[in-house]
Structure formats: structure tokens, C-alpha cells
Design a binder for this molecule. Structure first.
Ligand SMILES: NC(=O)c1ccc[n+]([C@@H]2O[C@H](COP(=O)([O-])OP(=O)(O)OC[C@H]3O[C@@H](n4cnc5c(N)ncnc54)[C@H](OP(=O)(O)O)[C@@H]3O)[C@@H](O)[C@H]2O)c1
Length: 255
């Protein structure tokens, strides 16, 4: 079991949705928090909530798909915190639409946000973790990365990429003291990108909560678990069966 009290975490997507829940859960464990997203207002609101805990929390407005912004972000976090022990690659975007209706530039933006940015941020932070011989990267994928669904094909591609990337990276990092985990939430109620649609989740998956997702992040770090699917019901079994025989699990989600 890894101890995380007193560590420093950089959390992307800290302005709304699941990010604030992850920040609160880590702060409750005594982790200092560097929060980033584009919306300064959202970051400040999260930092206000985190201030109930005796940890340092600072905000860094940045656009993670902009390379200059990424460099400035890491320079500023390093200046304030000295070291980053935990990177939580949580920021992401989703757009439910027929693939044919998506502008090519929009497809590129989704890939940059969901896949390229977490990979590059990790590449930038890994040297300092390896030098210290400790650290953990947690990346937010999705149940959508386990099974491509209609009207979310690009999203599914990025999230599947994160799962495979984490698996490979985790093996590369074996015995270095640094590790990587991927979290695959299903449909999250109450907060985040699915909750804003205000639609019921498919019966086969059911809904999970932001608190369960945050618990999974902490469990993944403390117990060094490679992948956690956060969902009630038979989803884990269904994805395992689908991996053996693709087609067993079909999605019921429409546009
Ligand atoms: N909610 C769900 O049901 C669910 C299910 C499975 C997986 N997930 C995954 O969980 C993660 C969090 O999702 P969520 O539901 O919290 O989404 P959300 O409510 O839409 O929040 C997305 C977060 O990402 C940030 N972000 C987006 N683009 C950015 C950019 N270019 N630069 C910096 N920050 C950016 C947003 O902040 P700004 O707009 O302020 O920049 C916001 O803080 C995502 O990776 C998502 O794919 C969510």
C-alpha cells in the first residue's frame, strides 16, 4: 500500500465535473493539489471547496492542447510545489454526434484533448518522477474505451488509446518506483459530461457516481492497480466476455 499523504498532485480538468470530486478526495487524504483547466472561475470554486482540508491547493488556468500553455503550466507548478508526485490526467471532452457530421478540425481537437495532451503531459513529468524513483500517473479513460459506441466513435478511439497506452507504459515503468493506472468509469450521474445530458444510462451498465470514480483513483494509486472499471452491475463480466467474443456487448446509446 502506497502512502499518499503529503504528496503533490497535478489534476487536469479541475474546473468542473469529476475533477473537483477527485481533488476533494485526494485532499481528504492529505495530498497537496495543483489544479488546472481553462476556466479560472471553475478552478477557484474547486480550490475554495478544497480549502476545508489542511493541504496546499493552487490553481493554474491553462489549455492543455496548447504546447506553450503546457510548458508554462509545468514551470509554474514546479516553481510552487517543487515536485509533482501524482499526475491525474482527467480532462477530456465528448460530443455525441454522427461521425459524418463532425468537422475534421473538431475530430483533431478531440484527439488532442483526450489522447495527445495526457500523453505529452506525462512525457514532460515522467523524468522528475523517475529521478526521484517514485510517482504515479492516473489517466481517466472510459467504459467507452472498452467498446466503441455509435455517435461516440472518436471519443471511443481516444479512450481506447489511453487504455492501451497505459498498459504499455505501466510495463515499461515496472521496477522504477513509478507506475501508471487507467480508470474506466461508465455513465456517471450527478456531475460531469454524461450528467449534463440528463438522460438515463443504458440498463445494461447502470450509473455510477463521482464519489466512486474518485475512490477508484485513490485505490489505483494506493494499491497500484493497472485498470479499474467503475460501474455497477455486470459490466466487468460483459467487457471480459466481449473481449473473448466481440459482439456480445452491443450499445443501446443513441444520438
Ligand atoms: N462523466 C462521465 O460520465 C464520464 C464517464 C467516463 C469517463 N469520463 C471521463 O472523465 C473525465 C472527466 O470528465 P467530466 O465528466 O468531468 O467532464 P466535464 O464535466 O466535461 O469536464 C471536463 C474537464 O476538462 C477540462 N478541459 C477540457 N478541455 C480542456 C483543455 N483544452 N484544456 C484544459 N482543460 C480542459 C474542462 O475544463 P475547462 O472547460 O474549464 O477547460 C473540465 O474541467 C474525462 O476524461 C471523461 O472522458 C467521464
Amino acid at each position: 500500500m502506497k502512502r499518499i499523504q503529503g504528496k503533490n498532485a497535478l489534476i487536469t480538468g479541475g474546473s468542473r465535473g469529476l475533477g473537483p470530486y477527485i481533488a476533494l478526495a485526494l485532499a481528504r487524504e492529505g495530498v497537496n493539489i495543483a489544479l488546472t483547466a481553462r476556466s479560472e472561475e471553475g478552478l477557484i470554486a474547486t480550490a475554495d471547496d478544497v480549502s476545508q482540508f489542511q493541504v496546499t491547493c493552487k490553481t493554474y488556468p491553462a489549455d492543455i492542447i496548447d504546447s506553450t500553455s503546457r510548458i508554462a503550466l509545468l514551470e509554474n507548478v514546479k516553481k510552487d510545489f517543487g515536485h509533482i508526485d501524482l499526475l491525474i490526467n482527467n480532462a477530456g471532452m465528448e460530443w455525441v454526434s454522427a461521425y459524418i457530421k463532425l468537422a475534421p478540425e473538431f475530430i483533431d481537437t478531440m484527439i488532442q484533448t483526450n489522447l495527445t495532451a495526457p500523453m505529452i503531459l506525462t512525457r514532460m513529468i515522467l523524468p522528475m518522477m523517475l529521478e526521484k524513483g517514485s510517482g504515479h500517473i492516473v489517466t481517466m479513460s472510459s467504459l467507452g474505451g472498452k467498446k466503441g459506441s455509435p455517435y461516440s466513435a472518436t471519443y471511443a478511439a481516444t479512450k481506447a488509446g489511453l487504455i492501451e497506452w497505459t498498459q504499455g507504459l505501466r510495463e515499461e515503468l515496472r521496477n522504477t518506483g513509478v507506475s501508471a493506472s487507467v480508470i474506466c468509469p461508465g455513465f456517471v450521474a450527478k456531475a460531469g459530461m454524461f450528467a449534463v445530458y440528463n438522460k438515463p444510462a443504458p440498463k445494461i451498465t447502470g450509473e455510477t457516481t463521482p464519489e466512486k470514480v474518485s475512490e477508484a483513483v485513490i485505490k489505483a494509486i494506493k494499491k497500484d492497480i493497472g485498470e479499474i472499471i467503475v460501474n455497477p452491475g455486470a459490466t466487468f463480466l460483459m467487457t471480459a466476455m466481449d473481449a473473448i467474443h466481440p459482439g456480445i456487448m452491443t450499445w443501446e446509446v443513441g444520438s
